[in-house]
Each structure stands twice: as structure tokens, then as C-alpha cells.
Write a protein that binds this ligand. Structure first.
Ligand SMILES: [Zn+2]
Length: 131
């Protein structure tokens, strides 16, 4: 039996992190669809499932590998995104966050200083905000 599976999988891509991710999405969607009895969501869930199966049995290994790399690139940003969110939640009482109108760099300014001129450290463009 195992030998047969191994032979069937020969030359095929198999599983990766994106496969695990898509199966998790499938299970979530299927569970929500079952709870809400919302039919289109069930179709979407099956589409995700079929797509992840397609990737496992795909023979285009380099293409699948690239998809996974792209997925990992975004996935690895998730913890950093949460860290920044947490940090700004923690110090939003002391600081205010602004975006530079010129280069959109995020700037942190102490709160409660009234109207102040802020100079962007990146592009050196000054702008006025109330802190
Ligand atoms: Zn700037």
C-alpha cells in the first residue's frame, strides 16, 4: 500500500506549508458553511480543497515551489505585523503615530505637545500636526 502511494507520488510535488495553510482555510470555510448553511461558502471551501489537492499531485514542481515561496514571504510577515500592532496599542497613550505626507514613513511623536512641526527623518520634509 505505502509502496503504491510512493509510486503514485513519484515526480509529483507533494505537500508544503502552502498546502497545510490551504487545508486549514478549507476546514475553516467548511465549518463556517456548515454552521451558517451558506451554500456558496461550501463551494468556495471545496474549491480551496480541490486546489490544494491539485498542487499536491502537480508535476510542475518548480512552479509549485515558487507559489510556496511567495506564500512564505507573506506568511513570515504576520508575526512582525502583530508585533507592530501590539506596540502601537501599548504606547498609544504616550505617542501619536503619523504618516509622512511625502514618503508615507510611519513616525512616532510624543502626545500632548499641541501643534508641532515634525520633520520626517527619511525625506526631511517638515509638516505640521497636532499631537
Ligand atoms: Zn518622509
Amino acid at each position: 500500500m505505502l509502496e503504491r502511494i510512493r509510486r503514485a507520488m513519484y515526480g509529483r510535488y507533494g505537500g508544503d506549508q502552502l498546502m497545510i495553510g490551504s487545508l486549514v482555510v478549507y476546514m475553516l470555510l467548511a465549518a463556517i458553511a456548515r454552521m451558517t448553511q451558506f451554500f456558496p461558502l461550501m463551494i468556495l471551501a471545496y474549491a480551496v480543497f480541490v486546489w490544494s489537492m491539485f498542487r499536491i499531485f502537480s508535476r510542475d514542481i518548480s512552479r509549485r515551489y515558487q507559489e510556496n515561496q511567495l506564500f512564505l514571504k507573506y506568511w513570515n510577515r504576520v508575526p512582525a505585523w502583530f508585533r507592530t500592532k501590539k506596540k502601537s496599542l501599548q504606547d498609544h497613550k504616550i505617542y501619536r503615530y503619523y504618516k509622512c505626507p511625502n514618503c508615507t514613513t510611519r513616525l512616532r511623536v510624543p502626545k500632548g505637545r499641541g501643534k508641532i512641526e515634525i520633520t520626517c527623518p527619511i525625506c526631511k520634509v517638515p509638516f505640521i500636526r497636532k499631537s
